[in-house]
Design a protein around this ligand. Structure first.
Ligand code: ACO
Length: 329
């Protein structure tokens, strides 16, 4: 019999401080009208001074464990997806393992940009199916505000901070992960990256002066890629699950741009009431965006037991991933 693996519990956290589009008007040459029309974003949450990725991940993880009715010691592995880790090393997953008291857990970070949470879900479900581990904690957590160039209107208006977590484990037969698609096209890495701080361009006073440690993005290229890949990855996941788009009850897309989301929904012929959108409140929280949206959708009663839920994202790498779940909670 095939082992069914699904989400046993979920939790999220966003920092208290809200920065509106109007606040950004005071920092860069932009307007609420431009940001709203081009992206759908109205505000974002920004981490407090000294509030780092592992701090947000810790709160989201505790909420997910409570929701799953498990303790930190029940966790066998932690996978933390982030593009804004506490340090280059040790991994933020190891820092979280310590702070959470998950002393029985192995831990590693996963780097797949905004696709990171869906990559983590795909990978963790297969590790559990293999019989190696019983419970895996996956987290998408970002403090993108710490690697933002607050003078660059191309990037500073689209991102936000936050964390979302899920406990993955064995569920009822027929439920949980039904289909997976993952992919990457490294040739597009140059469109969304942090140029300095790695072995290619070590930190120096010059790299700091040149804003090399902040997010650099060619928005138009990422946009074109996203429009194409959201259609492809959702179709491949549907094929992998042997399903059709009309079988989907709720799409939880990566929350980057409302125009990308509506285009994906149109291609899947899904009405917008079957698509969860919260980027107006949180902007693009990268690896955290899909788990935060999933948590919210469930809390709002928009997802019920047996619903087919499609998670789909794209991000730095360039990467993409989609997972279809039969909701088991
Ligand atoms: N406010 C006002 N004007 C702006 C702003 C701003 N914040 N940003 C750009 N503009 C101007 C440009 O300078 C340009 O002016 P010009 O015509 O005089 O040259 C004009 O607006 C149009 O600029 P575009 O870059 O063509 O704007 P576009 O419609 O493409 O929107 C955006 C930009 C929102 C960034 C869009 O390209 C996008 O969403 N791209 C995808 C980004 C994305 O999803 N990134 C995350 C990937 S996931 C991850 O791993 C983190």
């Amino acid at each position: 019999m095939t082992i069914a693996v699904g989400i046993l519990g979920m939790g999220y956290y966003v920092p208290e401080r809200i920065m509106t589009n109007y606040d950004l008007e005071k920092i860069v040459d932009t307007s609420d009208q431009w940001i709203t029309e081009r992206t759908g974003i109205k505000q974002r949450h920004i981490a407090a001074k000294n509030e780092v990725t592992s701090d947000m991940a810790l709160i989201a993880a505790k909420n997910a464990l409570q929701d799953a009715g498990l303790s930190a010691e029940d966790i066998d592995l932690i996978i933390l997806a982030t593009a804004s880790p506490d340090h280059a090393f040790p991994s933020t997953a190891c820092i979280l393992q310590d702070h959470l008291g998950a002393k029985n857990a192995a831990a590693f970070d996963l780097s797949a940009g905004c696709s990171g949470f869906v990559y983590s879900l795909a990978v963790s479900s297969q590790i559990i199916k293999s019989g190696l581990y019983k419970h895996i904690l996956i987290i998408g957590a970002e403090t993108l505000s710490s690697i933002m160039n607050w003078h660059d209107r191309n990037t500073c208006v689209v991102f936000g901070d936050g964390a979302g977590a899920a406990v993955i484990g064995i569920t009822e037969p027929g439920y949980g992960v039904l289909g997976i698609d993952m992919g990457a096209d490294g040739s597009g890495g140059k469109y969304l990256y942090q140029p300095a701080g790695g072995s290619r361009c070590p930190a120096s006073s010059e790299t700091v002066a040149a804003n090399g440690h902040t997010i650099h993005m060619n928005g138009q290229e990422v946009f074109k890629f996203a429009i194409k890949i959201m259609g492809k990855t959702t179709e491949r996941a549907l094929k992998n699950a042997n399903m059709k788009s009309e079988d989907i009850d709720m799409l939880i897309p990566h929350q980057a741009n409302l125009r990308i989301i509506t285009s994906a929904a149109k291609r899947l012929k899904l009405p917008m009431d079957k698509v969860w959108v919260n980027l107006d409140k949180y902007a693009n929280t990268s690896a955290a965006s899909i788990p935060i949206a999933l948590c919210e959708a469930q809390a709002a009663g928009a997802i019920k037991k047996s619903d087919n839920v499609l998670l789909a994202g794209f991000g730095a790498g360039l990467t993409w991933a989609a997972v279809i779940l039969k909701w088991c909670k």
